[in-house]
Ligand binder design. Structure first.
Ligand code: MG
Ligand code: ZN
Length: 228
């Protein structure tokens, strides 16, 4: 009985990974590098993208966003003014209102994405620190946003998410003077669970540090091509 259950879970994960690989092949064929952007709800993913993606087209990088939310299009509406391609994907629309994106959901959106016209696709995942880290969607790079309103112990409580990402963007540093928060302690905790991770301190609100994040994003397509 027990064994059967385990087997089913493994098969389901295999199926997910097969779909993630198919997504990856489609992305590679279209020559688009893909980033999976994750965080807890309210850490500021959309605000960060608003700042970082403004003016990218003038820099010669064609970026698009696949905006994952349970319901609604508030986040994609915010990004619509950036003159980039934004596609809304709601998990409440046929996917049971799931609290993460998986490869199958992303696959269902591929037809709506202008992949051939993009250099970089950012998949803004559903806000959640647990399951988004467990599901591959076919991305080349994984980023998490962690805000200073969340507590320094987050990497220790949610190690899988911090381990899954090569870049951790620490957002809302403009609030530090008002908080009893030890940002160095946060970075020590990140280093403890993922010594390989790059960290950046930013404020999507004031723009401080966002240039470094922008440069990192702009570099993703070249890094993907270099390892292809
Ligand atoms: Mg969102
Ligand atoms: Zn979930």
């Amino acid at each position: 009985m027990h064994r059967t259950k385990v087997r089913i879970v493994e098969d389901a994960l295999d199926a997910h990974n097969t779909i993630a690989r198919a997504n990856r092949e489609d992305f590679d064929r279209a020559g688009v590098a893909v980033v999976n952007l994750m965080s807890s709800p309210g850490a500021g993913k959309t605000a960060l993208l608003e700042r970082a993606l403004a003016g990218l087209a003038e820099d010669g990088l064609r970026a698009g966003v696949l905006e994952g939310d349970v319901e609604g299009s508030l986040d994609s509406d915010r990004l619509a003014g950036l003159h980039i391609s934004v596609t809304q994907l709601n998990t409440g629309n046929g996917f049971g209102g799931e609290c993460h994106l998986d490869a199958n959901m992303v696959r269902s959106a591929l037809g709506a994405l202008p992949l051939a016209e993009l250099d970089l696709l950012i998949i803004e995942n559903v806000g959640n620190l647990v399951c988004p880290a467990e599901f591959h969607v076919g991305a080349d790079a994984r980023i998490m946003v962690c805000s200073v309103t969340e507590g320094e112990d987050k990497p220790l409580n949610y190690p899988l998410m911090f381990r899954a990402c090569e870049l951790v963007v620490i957002n809302k540093i403009d609030l530090l003077p008002h908080l009893d928060y030890d940002i160095d302690r946060l970075e020590i905790n990140i280093d403890q669970v993922n010594p390989e991770a790059t960290t950046m301190r930013v404020s999507a609100r004031t723009g401080e540090g966002v240039d470094a994040f922008r440069e990192w994003l702009i570099g993703v397509p070249a890094r993907v091509r270099a390892t292809a």
